[in-house]
Design a protein around this ligand. Structure first.
Ligand code: NDP
Ligand code: 2IT
Length: 450
């Protein structure tokens, strides 16, 4: 049955690309035994319903740049599934955005959100707009134009977008301002807002900090190991990478790499986070080349350098690896190198950064592998805390949010590890995450009827 559904998808022509097929194939292959164990899944056509999004919205975004030139971009929102709660998921602004890519991200999001145990469904959206090289006023004008179309489809109890690649606190601020101007309503319709008007403390840090909390719990329970004094490699240099590095440094790990779309940095003395933040923090987009120019002893390996300099991160011997940039950035070849160099754990900060053959290799060779839908769920979890705070007009303290984030990451690890064990797949956290997430969504879909 699983094979047939995947074949049908491959032959379909409705905005599907390879990343969507990749994400769906991984999940469905995890579910074969589960499907056989409960005939309600077939009766209610749960798999067939799950591989189709509830709604795919596409709109035109027209805006004027600082030189008074008119630009037109495509805007999208994919409301994938709301069986567990309002649609919830980020907005990505990047030239590579297509309906197919957003569909994979929205599909992953429903499983991630289910794993948090919180009442949130799954969605994703964004645009092929490229924020790189744009002035703050241009970004503001684009965000306002984007929201002029999007506002009619979202709502605090309907669909609550947040950030993703190219969308951080600044962009969410502009989007929220426009929503409020149109609707005159101060409700929590976006998360990741600036703290000054309804944002939650710790939301900017939440994804990266959560990744490290997950890694700590997994290493403690599985290997009785800690990250303190261990060499770690991180890819990316955006929101998730910066806060993963920050928390790893808080707990005494030694992070020696980061990367962007143009190349990688190797700094054997440990990444200088202050310098990194001056280049890439809060949505800044300077090249990492400047890091090597400022920090003696560090090297910048350009994308054009040997096979592809962005992969140089995975060549550095490490105890644990944290891919935090983008999808399919860690290949089978990278996995071979990491294993050869003694890496014991890979914890995904990005969404689907590891290629399927690399995952297969990690599982086969006993490398602990934490899939993003489990290990990067801290961001959306704190987004849900922001929704709770907005609904009750409260402000939670930093300590309260941090404690709840840590607790939820430990719970996700436990849920995933126990489910894997229950299905005879001990330490296979890919299957554990997919099965645990699926069972919660499927139950809701059965109970609400067709
Ligand atoms: P950002 O836009 O803040 O940062 C993305 C970073 O990745 C940038 O530094 C970018 O480089 C770099 N990058 C892009 N492509 C490559 C590549 N091929 N090799 C190396 N680096 C690359 O986005 P986020 O940090 O928010 O998102 C990163 C990942 O985490 C994405 O997969 C996202 O979906 C996921 N995620 C994000 C969450 C959030 O709360 N923000 C929550 C959960 C997951 P450059 O600066 O050159 O563009
Ligand atoms: O991939 C993700 O989980 C996000 N981009 C964050 C989603 C959210 O709603 O906070």
């Amino acid at each position: 049955m699983v094979k047939k559904i995947i074949e049908n998808l491959e032959n379909s022509n409705c905005s599907i690309d390879n990343t969507f097929i990749q994400a769906v194939s991984e999940v469905l292959n995890s579910l074969e035994d589960v499907i056989l164990g409960d005939d309600r899944y077939e009766t209610y056509a749960i798999l067939e319903r799950l591989v189709t999004a509830d709604r795919m919205i596409q709109f035109k975004v027209q805006w004027v740049d600082d030189s008074n030139h008119v630009h037109i971009n495509n805007g999208y929102r994919i409301q994938y599934n709301n069986a567990l709660g309002p649609y919830k998921g980020g907005l990505r602004f990047h030239p590579s955005v297509t309906p197919g890519v957003l569909k994979f991200l929205a599909f992953e999001q429903i499983f991630k959100n289910s794993l948090t145990g919180l009442p949130i469904g799954g969605a994703k959206g964004g645009s092929d707009f490229d924020p790189k090289g744009k002035s703050d006023f241009e970004i503001m004008k684009f965000c306002r134009a984007f929201m002029r179309e999007l506002h009619q489809y979202i709502g605090a109890r309907i669909d609550v977008p947040a950030g993703d690649i190219g969308v951080g606190t600044k962009e969410i601020g502009f989007l929220y301002g426009e929503y409020k101007r149109i609707n005159r309503s101060y409700d929590g319709v976006l998360s990741g807002k600036p703290y000054a008007f309804g944002g939650s403390l710790l939301r900017p840090e939440a994804t990266g900090y959560g990744v490290v909390y997950f890694a700590q719990e997994m290493l403690k329970q599985e290997l009785e190991e800690v990250l303190e004094d261990q060499i770690c490699v991180v890819s990316g240099a955006g929101n998730v990478a910066i806060h993963t590095i920050e928390k790893l440094q808080h707990i005494g790990a030694r992070v020696v790499t980061c990367s962007d779309s143009e190349g990688s940095i190797y700094d054997p003395n440990g990444i200088d986070l202050n310098i990194l933040k001056t280049l890439k923090g809060n949505g800044k987009r300077f090249s990492l080349e400047h890091y090597a120019l400022q920090i003696q002893g560090s090297v910048h390996i350009k994308k054009a350098d040997y096979p592809d300099g962005r992969h140089a991160v995975w060549d550095i011997p490490c105890f644990a690896a944290f891919p935090c940039a983008t999808q399919n950035e860690l290949t089978e070849e990278d996995a071979v190198t990491l294993i050869k160099n003694g890496c014991v754990a890979v914890i995904e900060g990005a969404n689907m950064p590891t290629e399927p053959l690399a995952i297969e290799l990690f599982l086969k060779e006993g490398v602990l592998f934490a899939p993003g839908k489990a290990s990067n769920a801290g961001g959306v979890a704190v987004s849900e805390f922001e929704m709770s705070q907005n609904a009750s007009m409260e402000k939670w303290s930093y300590e309260k949010v941090d404690a709840k984030l840590n607790e939820i990451m430990c719970q996700i690890y436990k849920r995933v590890a126990l489910t894997a064990k229950e299905y005879g797949k001990e330490r296979n956290f890919v299957d554990g995450a997919n099965i645990a997430a699926f069972k919660r969504i499927a139950e809701a879909m059965i109970l609400e009827g067709v």
